[in-house]
Write a protein that binds this ligand. Structure first.
Ligand SMILES: Nc1ncnc2c1ncn2[C@@H]1O[C@H](COP(=O)(O)OP(=O)(O)O)[C@@H](O)[C@H]1O
Ligand code: SF4
Ligand SMILES: [Mg+2]
Length: 327
């Protein structure tokens, strides 16, 4: 896509070594780019490798993981850095709101204190600088700074998630990864958290990589979308193009029951649509078949889909899809 990418993920392969079972190939040849100010959605069913992709980029995988490929932040090859050098990028340039993070707050510690501790633990600032920063950060995410003195149980779910976003923003990163930031929140609160992310992006000009299984979130928030299936990129392109003219059979199925984006939505109903259910299950990662990973569930499969894996091909401007039917 355009030249000035902030983050370039090139042919990322990640596998987990599982004793007695061999490698689970969680990601295969995953590539995408993130530009300044862009919101990129990473979407797919549970288990398709979304979290693994973020953790691979940040080099935060467990010790049974093997990674190959390249990740460039600006022109720096992150996989070529020592762990110590990598720490200069984590949180300062690339920050993450972990999946389920809002439930990971320490129940017996004041929220402001936890944010301060996270900042100093990462060696990001001195204790006194961090103290000042906590108030600023809370206000940035719409929490009155006095409430930093409260405990997590005194916060609503939405406020706890805001606190986690505040923590991630401590060092004004260039890219914010948000892993399912609205899952487990009710619809009204989800909308508020998304609005907050939008607002922060406008004010701070950062890029956001938003991981979600919710197409409504993608439609509302993202400029571009990477549709993942079974650890691979099925389709990648601008959101409006993909929603209006999906090319991959998987994306087509996902969008089949999705409300038309051009139609006005009825405010009395929830327009959000969780991924439509497609019969069957994604492949087991320890027994990846040689052909297309979607083949067992594909409604338009042809003979060679069983044996040949389809390459990702250009199907339009900045639009890629991997399917044998697209020639
Ligand atoms: N530490 C691990 N060891 C073995 N397998 C793992 C590990 N972490 C994730 N996986 C597997 O990798 C696949 C992708 O997981 P994940 O990235 O969490 O998916 P998603 O975030 O899209 O739900 C899943 O099949 C999961 O079981
Ligand atoms: S390559 Fe074949 S099985 Fe895979 S999505 Fe295309 S038609 Fe379906
Ligand atoms: Mg996940």
């Amino acid at each position: 896509m355009a030249e000035s990418a902030l983050l370039r993920v090139c042919n990322l392969n990640t596998e987990f070594i599982i004793p007695d079972k061999g490698p689970a190939r969680a990601l295969e040849d995953v590539s995408f780019e993130v530009h300044p100010g862009e919101t990129l959605g990473l979407v797919g069913e549970s288990g398709c490798g979304k979290t693994t992709a973020l953790m691979s980029i940040l080099r935060l995988l467990p010790s049974n993981a093997r990674i190959s490929g390249q990740v460039f932040f600006k022109d720096v090859d992150l996989f070529g850095l020592s762990e110590k050098q990598m720490r200069a990028y984590r949180w300062r340039e690339l920050a993450i709101v972990f999946q389920g993070a809002m439930n990971a707050l320490n129940p017996v510690m004041r929220v402001g204190e936890q944010i301060r501790e996270a900042i100093t633990l990462h060696g990001l600032m001195s204790s006194s600088e961090a103290e000042m920063r906590v108030g600023e950060l809370l206000e940035l995410v719409g929490i009155p700074k006095e409430r930093g003195a409260q405990y997590p149980f005194q916060y609503s779910g939405g406020m706890r998630q805001r606190a986690m976003i505040a923590m991630a923003l401590a060092c004004s990163p260039s890219v914010l990864f948000a892993d399912e930031p609205t899952t487990a929140l009710d619809v009204m609160v989800q909308a508020q958290v998304l609005e907050l992310l939008n607002d922060i992006q406008q004010r701070l000009g950062l890029a956001i990589v938003l991981v979600t299984h919710d197409l409504g979130v993608v439609a509302e928030m993202c400029d571009t979308v990477v549709v993942m299936y079974g650890g691979k990129v099925a389709e990648y392109g601008p959101v409006d193009v993909i929603f209006n003219d999906p090319q991959h059979p998987y994306t087509q199925k996902l969008l089949e029951s999705f409300p038309d984006l051009n139609e006005p939505t009825d405010p009395s109903t929830d327009s959000r649509q969780v991924l439509a259910s497609i019969p069957g299950a994604p492949p087991r990662l320890t027994e990846i078949p040689p052909g297309c990973r979607f083949e067992p569930r594909c409604h338009v499969r042809i003979e060679k889909c069983k044996t040949e894996s389809p390459p990702l091909m250009d199907v339009g401007e900045n639009h890629l899809a991997a399917c044998h039917l697209l020639k």
